[in-house]
Design a binder for this molecule. Structure first.
Ligand code: BES
Ligand code: MN
Ligand code: ZN
Length: 507
């Protein structure tokens, strides 16, 4: 994490490599007008020539050496005043921070003039400290994320990296609120970054055992409990569905259970389950070779679950939360399950495996059954479950399917607030019927012609959720990105951590 601090200082005189400022889609006002004056109208000229119009994520860079305390400024557009919410501030901050890094600056200072450049509409009562300061830090820290652990250092051409972020406050009176907002954001970003790191490790490092170790190390550090069930424990629990998937691999499966108790002892917990397939070859129903490397990200739901537990614990939220990660590889080894095989899950239901590549639902089935022992007030699973969700929503939202409309609605609201959007798909009865097998209770894929691959995936899971309020989030289109976004660089996005934290804060 990049070191971050808060300072109240004269913005025009503050010493830094690069000062990041923000502008609405209106001519320079307030502080920007003053700066425009110092620059002989350079900003006004940029507006006039339409080089810079304050549109969201547009950036204007200028050397101000000798004219201001900073060496350079970057003014980032925030868009129209009525549209400015925390998400726009996060994006603009990420855009500015990345532009500064590209220009090889080392230290940045960020200032958002709340009087003249869009204070977000309303901040929730659950927010601790300034939401503006929090959004600025989130945008910069997450936008500047890099994963270089496997790169040898290049002495001749070291990569440009920002090593210091200062959030500027307009007055001393704002400092306390800003510091609180920054502290909250830092804890959240630390968890998001830990999640992204887990996602990025290749599958020959990030095995189920590696995930289990990471969860245990995190749990020890944050004083929560974590137990790891081994294959023999899963056998005792009759988790035939999960064990069926694991049979094709030499890597032993792990079943990770983390418990955080921040609420009252008798409060029912929220249980979060994340798909932890550390590599998905498809199994005997082998995937095509092109792009198969991306299937190292098939444990993203699991990484998000571990990261969420970390954030919940470090933010000391007053809720009880359990995180469960069924972790395994999906490989086509000699003992692998074959199309047509029938597995028996831990609730006794039999499953005809018609496609070994629909493995996510098989491991989640046993995890959902296990979760029922907690009598959860909400059961939320996250999984890179279906390619079909990319057909439906591209990479712009994850799909939500569930049995409790209030739960789904709350999650959607948290998605909107955090920029980790969700879109609900309907769990019609017809789709549930389509998962019935001719020779077993269920089949893991539906017949050709049923369509709606994301919903049928969810429909398969429903019989394993008991009567508990349940929401399934299909993150296959959003767990990683190939086209970077303002504060999501290429690669693992940790999609879901910030959304779940917002949801848990609002409880
Ligand atoms: N992990 C994949 C889903 C996936 C695909 C995630 C592309 C991210 C990008 C999952 O295990 C899978 O293979 N699903 C199959 C299901 C099908 C066999 C019913 C799919 O989507 O093709
Ligand atoms: Mn698969
Ligand atoms: Zn998979």
């Amino acid at each position: 994490m990049i070191q971050t601090s808060v300072k109240a200082d004269d913005i025009l005189k503050h010493k830094t490599d690069c000062l990041i400022l923000f502008s609405l889609e209106t001519k320079p006002a307030g502080l920007l007008k003053q700066i425009d004056g110092l620059l002989n109208g350079a900003l006004t000229a940029a507006f006039q020539s339409k080089r810079f119009e304050g549109k969201l994520n547009q950036a204007f860079q200028q050397s101000v050496r000798g004219l201001m305390g900073a060496d350079s400024i970057i003014v980032v557009g925030l868009g129209k005043s009525k549209d400015v919410k925390e998400e726009q501030i996060r994006q603009a901050s990420g855009t500015g921070a990345k532009a500064a890094e590209k220009s090889r600056h080392r230290k940045i200072a960020i200032f958002l003039d709340e009087k003249n450049a869009g204070k977000p509409a309303k901040s929730k009562k659950t927010q601790i400290g300034s939401p503006v300061a929090a959004a600025l830090v989130e945008g910069a820290q997450l936008g500047l994320y890099h994963f270089d652990q496997y790169k040898s250092p290049d002495k001749d051409d070291p990569p440009s990296r920002i090593n210091e972020i200062t959030v500027l406050a307009s007055s001393k009176s704002k400092m306390k609120d800003y510091q609180k907002g920054v502290d909250q954001a830092e804890k959240l970003c630390e968890a998001v970054i830990a999640t992204r790191d887990l996602q990025h490790h290749p599958s020959n490092t990030a095995t189920p055992a590696f995930l289990a170790k990471a969860a245990q190390t995190m749990a020890r550090k944050h004083k929560i409990t974590c137990k790891v069930l081994e294959k023999k424990d899963m056998e005792k629990l009759k988790m035939g569905s999960l064990l069926g998937v694991a049979r094709g691999s030499h890597e032993p499966p792990k079943f990770i259970v983390m418990e955080y108790k921040g609420g009252k002892a008798k409060d029912k917990p929220v249980v979060i389950i994340g798909k932890g397939v550390t590599f998905d070859t498809g199994g005997i129903s082998l995937k095509p070779g092109a792009g198969m490397d991306e299937m190292k990200f098939d444990m993203s739901g699991g990484a998000v679950t571990i990261g969420t537990l970390q954030a919940v614990a470090s933010l000391k939220l007053k809720v009880n939360v359990v995180g469960i990660v069924p972790a395994t590889e999906n490989m086509p080894g000699g003992s692998a399950i074959k199309p047509g095989d029938i597995l028996t899950a831990s609730n006794g239901k039999t499953i005809e495996v018609l496609n070994t590549d629909a493995e996510g639902r098989l491991i989640l089935a046993d995890a959902l059954v296990y979760a029922q022992r907690y009598k959860p007030k909400a059961l939320i699973d996250l999984a890179t479950l279906t390619g079909a969700v990319i057909m439906a929503l591209g990479h712009q939202a994850a799909a939500a399917v569930g049995t409790d409309s209030k739960l789904v609605q709350k999650l959607i609201e948290s998605g909107d607030a955090t920029g980790e959007r969700l879109w609900e798909l309907p769990l019609y009865e017809e789709f549930e019927k389509a998962t019935k097998s001719d020779i077993a209770d269920l089949k893991n894929i539906t017949s050709k012609g049923v369509g709606a691959g994301t919903i049928t995936g969810a429909a398969f899971l429903k019989p394993f959720t008991g009567d508990f309020p349940w929401a399934h989030l299909d993150i296959a289109g959003t767990a990683w990105t190939s086209n970077e976004k303002p504060y999501v660089p290429k690669g693992g996005s940790a999609y879901g951590v910030r959304l779940l934290i917002d949801y848990l804060k609002n409880l």
